[in-house]
Write a protein that binds this ligand. Sequence first.
Ligand code: PMV
Length: 324
Amino acid sequence: MTTHTAAAQASPNIAFIKYWGNANHALRIPVNGSISMNLDGLFTRTTVSFQPALALDELVINGHEVTGKGLERVSAILDIVRQAAGINLRAEVISENNFPTGAGIASSAAAFAALALAATQAAGLAWSERELSILARRGSGSACRSVPGGFVEWLPGSANEDSYAVSIAPPEHWDLVDCVAIVSAGHKRTGSTEGHALAPTSPLQAARVADAPRRLDICRRAILARDFDALAAVVEHDSDMMHAVMMTSQPALFYWQPATLTVMDAVRAWRSQGLPVFYTVDAGPNVHVLTLSAYTTEVTQRLRALPGVSDVLTAKAGGPARLM
Ligand code: PMV
């Protein structure tokens, strides 16, 4: 091995059909498939450097050294890479996000997709997109969807090797724009790893999972046909179903804040007036408001005028994880 250092970048993604609940927690194999869009312009950039002088792995995120659980999660991925490459060196991992961490913008998805690519490359492995997607999934389930580009579907599978994501359409397929209404940039209360474990405690989860193949079909077809109204209906319904499961878990998880509901109500009203918009909410209070690029300014202005909205980020469909 000549070089032990590599850098990669990946974008977060917003799920249109949500992943919530695992069939296998350790491997992060989901109970249902999911579909998402990568978010262009938002990214995590990660450099991995395997160094003989290090006694332990080191992790620095946005200039702050991370230890404990955060470091353990990264070391677990590095262990898989070390084993595959037959190396025993510890690594320094330096990661920077250009968007707020832990506020429902899936920073872990971008982070583990970038880590998978940078770490394998630094270890001298040239893994396929599928292998990278599988590796990223081990760090954070939704990270498997940030490896391929554009509009992406995670095929749930039932074992490590058959649970990975594929692109169903490239970014330029459709000029959808995600206008992320930030209602709170603080760190979320219950992380998604704990949330997935609580999903089966809701009596609504079984119904949500049983109906997932139908929603996935509608969503996939709406994307391929660029059918905005069909996509709007299925995505809002899927988000509401996931939050119904969260709210009825034991203990209950309420990610919405009053301003979350204000934005959701406004989006429904604007759509009934003819504006092409729909919402979806992940495991945090911020609302992702999807529209067509021609309406970005209009939607952004309307969102900024709502009480409780402190900022709006915009992103069109983004590309795959890539080396820098
Ligand atoms: O990948 P995780 O464990 O952070 O889970 C993501 C869960 C949601 O963002 C709520 C839904 C999704 O499919 O992205």
